[in-house]
Write a protein that binds this ligand. Structure first.
Ligand SMILES: [Zn+2]
Length: 231
């Protein structure tokens, strides 16, 4: 089992930061997770059939960040949503022939423009990490929330993506008692050698700064995302 999550401020940490950014559209400030449905108010809801119950006793304790683009390197199309809802057309692109039969999903997707889509309720298990291990604990899907960022390993992720990711993490931390900034990692870190996303393009220091800005207690700042090798 994981060690107990360190004591930390329960104040939602991002709204204060977001509210200092007048450019952020109104809906992004209002992200709130409904504890009964596991759905996030403020996210567009798309149901993925690729989900099931978490194992008994498992609750969200980890956030796994991913990067994805379909076709690879192309943004803005329907490929990701089609993949996560089992309706990807294998004839639509040569790459799709290799992946159309996969049964995968994530809880959330943040598009390049900051649009937030939810595919799986947070209390359910999404199928995003595959073979994986976090601090010696295997099968990360059992106890994690998966967030996909539309992008590639090499191209910088966008400002709206960082802003929405920060707001989403704050909403998750506020709603899930075992989630926190000390347990946010990348797919490349839980599946090393097999996965490379979100890749060197993802700015872990920027995420860490954004989270720390809203952290009420100075003592928690030293614990922000120590799980990341770039921390
Ligand atoms: Zn991934």
């Amino acid at each position: 089992m994981e060690p107990a999550v360190p004591e930390r401020a329960r104040i939602p940490i991002m709204p204060a930061m977001v509210s200092s950014r007048p450019s952020v559209p109104e809906p992004r400030r209002g992200l709130r997770l409904d504890p009964l449905s596991g759905r996030l108010a403020g996210a567009r809801q798309v149901d993925s059939p690729n989900q099931d119950d978490r194992p008994p006793g498992c609750e969200p304790e980890l956030v796994v960040l991913h990067g994805i683009s379909l076709p690879p390197g192309e943004f803005g199309g329907d490929g990701i949503e089609a993949l996560f809802t089992n309706r990807l057309d294998p004839a639509a692109h040569p790459y799709y022939r290799r992946i159309a039969q996969l049964r995968v999903s994530s809880h959330f997707l943040i598009r390049r423009d900051g649009e937030l889509v939810q595919f799986v309720p947070v209390h359910r298990r999404a199928w995003h990490a595959g073979e994986s291990s976090y601090r010696g604990r295997r099968r990360c899907n059992d106890f994690s929330v998966g967030i996909e960022l539309e992008g590639t390993d090499e191209l910088p992720y966008t400002d709206p993506q960082y802003e929405v990711l920060g707001a989403l993490l704050a909403a998750l931390f506020a709603a899930c008692p075992r989630l926190g900034p000390e347990h946010v990692t990348g797919h490349e870190h839980v599946s090393p050698g097999r996965k490379t996303d979100p890749g060197p393009a993802f700015d872990w220091a920027r995420l860490r700064r954004g989270l720390a800005m809203g952290t009420a207690s100075a003592e928690t700042r030293g614990h922000v995302i120590p799980g990341s090798p770039r921390s």
